[in-house]
Design a protein around this ligand. Structure first.
Ligand code: NAP
Length: 307
């Protein structure tokens, strides 16, 4: 694979940045990958594991001289990082991010960037419930979508170069405007996470989460909620605070549907329930056909994973 950028700076060294570092190295996509993390502890871990070619103590030092700077911090921290790196960014540099929300990140970052710097936000739709520099792996993006949001950049070559990077890291690439991205993600990711958090919270309120029977039989569905509900609290707090409108819109529709199903159950309306579940089952089939999940029993988990 050919080198796409001379020097890539990863600001924040958690799951997404460390996976990017591995994927970039796997395919030789940059002359140099450098990084910065907020805490001394994360920087030491990243240095010890040789995650990047160089790890700096400040975001500005990492950004300086890089032709691509990727902000890989929680959505609520994007603005302060942008303010810190802005003075060292030269004209022609591309700044991107991997935040799970796009409109709020654009509003927070764009006003601070100097003229001549290209801002091309992106969002890899790939993740796990794990965080930090040791949680990343090169294959995280393989076969997953990365949404590039070129709203603010009219230089097609700049956008294409970033898309090429994501493709070379294993992703499929699509483009969307920021508001559409936020609505789509509210449906596919943000609201489902909120529902998972709620379901696990309800079980906890009922004092059932640690019941041996709940744990023993959790493979029946509850376990998948607990995995999602173990996702990083800071990241998800920021997602909901920054994608408020779209999440509330989808949550409102969800609540309405839930009431309709509740009534169908109370009234014994089996036809309604059957029709509804038939429709949702076909959605599951189309996700498998699109290659976004496996039809293997138990979601393809090996037996040892299910314990
Ligand atoms: P992560 O593993 O928790 O890592 C976050 C990194 O950001 C850490 O290096 C952390 O530094 C740093 N950081 C946290 N708060 C900061 C602050 N106030 N100022 C400067 N640095 C700060 O997170 P991640 O999962 O990689 O997520 C990073 C971004 O990717 C988020 O915007 C998230 O929305 C997005 N994203 C996540 C997923 C996912 O499934 N996890 C998927 C797609 C996109 P320390 O380690 O020193 O605290």
């Amino acid at each position: 694979m050919t080198q796409i950028y001379n020097r890539i700076a990863l600001i924040g060294l958690g799951l997404i940045a460390s996976s990017m570092a591995h994927a970039i190295k796997r395919a030789g996509l940059a002359g140099e990958v450098v990084g910065y993390a907020r805490s001394n502890e994360t920087r030491t871990i990243a240095r010890d594991m040789g995650l990047c070619d160089r790890i700096y103590d400040t975001a500005a030092e990492a950004a300086e001289g890089s032709d691509l700077v990727v902000l890989c911090v929680p959505v609520g921290a994007m603005e302060s990082v942008a303010i810190e790196i802005a003075p060292v960014l030269k004209a022609g540099t591309t700044v991107s991010d991997v935040g799970s929300v796009k409109r709020a990140v654009i509003d927070a970052v764009a006003p601070h960037l100097p003229a001549g710097v290209h801002f091309v936000p992106a969002h890899p739709l790939a993740g796990t419930e794990h965080s930090g520099p040791t949680s990343g792996f090169a294959e995280l993006f393989d076969g997953r979508w990365c949404i590039v949001v070129p709203d603010l950049c009219d230089d097609e070559a700049v956008v294409k170069k970033l898309e090429d990077l994501w493709r070379a890291m294993g992703s499929n690439v699509d483009t969307m405007d920021a508001d559409h991205h936020d609505l789509v993600l509210a449906v596919t990711s943000h609201t489902p996470h909120l529902i998972a958090y709620t379901m696990v919270g309800v079980a906890d309120d009922l004092g059932r989460v640690t019941d041996s029977e709940v744990i023993k039989y959790s493979a029946a569905g509850f376990r998948d909620f607990t995995r999602i509900a173990a996702s990083d609290p800071t990241m998800w707090r920021d997602v909901f605070l920054n994608n408020k409108d779209a999440t509330l819109e989808i949550l409102g529709r969800f609540t309405e549907e839930l009431f309709v199903l509740q009534r169908a159950i109370r009234e014994g309306n089996g036809a309604h329930l059957h029709d509804y579940f038939t429709r949702t089952r076909s959605i599951r089939r189309s996700i498998i056909e699109a290659g976004q999940d496996t039809a293997a029993p138990n979601f393809g988990r090996v037996q040892s994973d299910t314990k």
